[in-house]
Design a protein around this ligand. Structure first.
Ligand code: AKG
Ligand code: FE2
Length: 387
């Protein structure tokens, strides 16, 4: 199953790619509560939305109001186009100026960082990859011994990290936050989390965690969703009931085949993560609500719709890893549900598509003559020159 595949960064000639939909789809304008598509063609935007948009009373929006929406969408697109370049600049600045408090937390120490039960869980499931004995009896055994819980089909919880690791990571991240250096928030709803690639956590800590451990679990526990994990996006989310804190996260699915979400600290009330089932299937009326103890994680399909309920007091700090399987996502982009047509990007914005088999948007457009303005002539902007 999973691990015989080379990971993406080991493939010769590979580079980072994102689906073109990242800069053409899902622009959310809060004032009208709608998502828009926009590929840089103003006339097409006007044509597509001009007559359709109505205000709260059902009256058509004025052309001035539509122009205002277009301006907002245009700005969002420009921000997304610039994001990879800005990320590279931030990384350079962090590398030059940040003094690590705990340099040891950047390199995995399995015995000190990973819970004993997690190491055993992975070893048992690794053994199932080669054994003829079915995985199901091993899973039953692991469940009966309390190493693994199945909250409902496809929703697994287990202990991942030791307290010592959670302490190290939390204090390192607090030290980084106190440095005042710039970092990126993982999404617009989580203003206080950070993208861990930009802080240098990938090579020594997260690459081995994902490729040597999570890949084994994902392959055995969510076999319909991965054909081997070969890239990922890792970040933290931080909820705080205090005045300026983020409290909840809207219903969504992840840009991932498989997600591992682990609590690394805090003490709080509320804040359960509620799961509603796969986006491709009928929504469940009764969500499975998960509340994790410190060091414990939930492993779920990226397509499992979920939201974080509001925390009512305290603070909740989680490490989230969106794991990607190029063999799966190369067939269909999980964000636009189309065959991916990709743009080069920097490694911090990699969405895990590989070329080939995916086609570059520029080639696709010049061949078919469609949408030349959504393909990027200035490739240097999207090439990772930090390596
Ligand atoms: O709040 C959480 O624990 C879930 C976060 C999440 O779903 C995400 O960032 O994709
Ligand atoms: Fe999520």
């Amino acid at each position: 199953m999973a691990s015989s595949q080379p990971r993406k960064e080991e493939l010769s000639g590979s580079s980072a790619h994102m689906c073109e939909c990242r800069v053409t789809h899902n622009f959310f304008v809060r004032s009208v509560g709608m998502h828009f598509e926009y590929d840089g063609d103003d006339a097409e935007f006007q044509h597509r939305y001009g007559g359709q948009l109505v205000d709260g009373d059902g009256d058509a929006l004025s052309s001035l109001a539509v122009a205002g929406i277009l301006a907002e969408v245009r700005e969002q697109r420009a921000t997304r186009l610039q994001a990879p370049e800005e990320s590279l600049a931030r990384v350079q600045r962090i590398e030059q100026s940040y003094r690590r408090l705990h340099p040891e937390v950047y390199t995995i120490d399995p015995k000190a960082f990973l819970a004993e039960s997690f190491l055993e869980l992975v070893e048992v499931l690794r053994g199932c990859q080669t054994s003829l004995r079915g995985v199901s009896s091993s899973l039953e055994d692991l469940k009966s011994r309390g190493l693994l819980q199945e909250k409902r089909p496809g929703l697994w919880t287990f202990k991942v990290f030791t307290e010592a690791f959670c302490d190290l990571l939390e204090t390192e991240l607090a030290n980084f936050a106190a440095s005042g250096l710039p970092c990126t928030a993982p999404n617009t709803m989580n203003r206080h989390g950070v993208i861990l690639a930009e802080l240098g956590f990938y090579p020594g800590l997260l690459n081995p965690l994902v490729y040597e451990y999570v890949d084994v679990l994902a392959g055995q526990l969510l076999p319909d969703h991965t054909e081997g994990l070969d890239s990922y996006r890792a970040f933290t989310v931080l909820y705080d009931a205090a005045a300026d804190g983020d409290r909840d996260l809207a219903l969504h699915y992840d840009n991932a085949e498989v997600t591992l979400n682990v609590n690394i600290g805090g003490s709080w009330a509320g804040g359960q993560v509620a799961f509603y089932g796969l986006a491709t299937e009928e929504e469940s009326d009764t969500p499975a609500e998960i509340s994790l103890q410190r060091g414990h994680g939930v492993l779920h399909a990226g397509l499992d719709m979920h939201k974080a309920l509001p925390i009512t007091s305290g603070r909740r700090h989680n490490l989230v890893i969106w794991c990607r399987s190029s063999r799966v996502r190369n067939q269909l982009c999980p964000m636009c549900f189309r065959q991916p047509c990709v743009l080069p990007t920097c490694k911090y914005f990699d969405e895990g598509f590989t070329v080939p088999p995916c086609r570059l948007a520029c080639e696709q457009h010049s061949e078919t003559g469609c949408k030349p303005n959504s393909c990027h002539s200035d490739d240097d902007l999207y090439t990772d020159e930090a390596d």
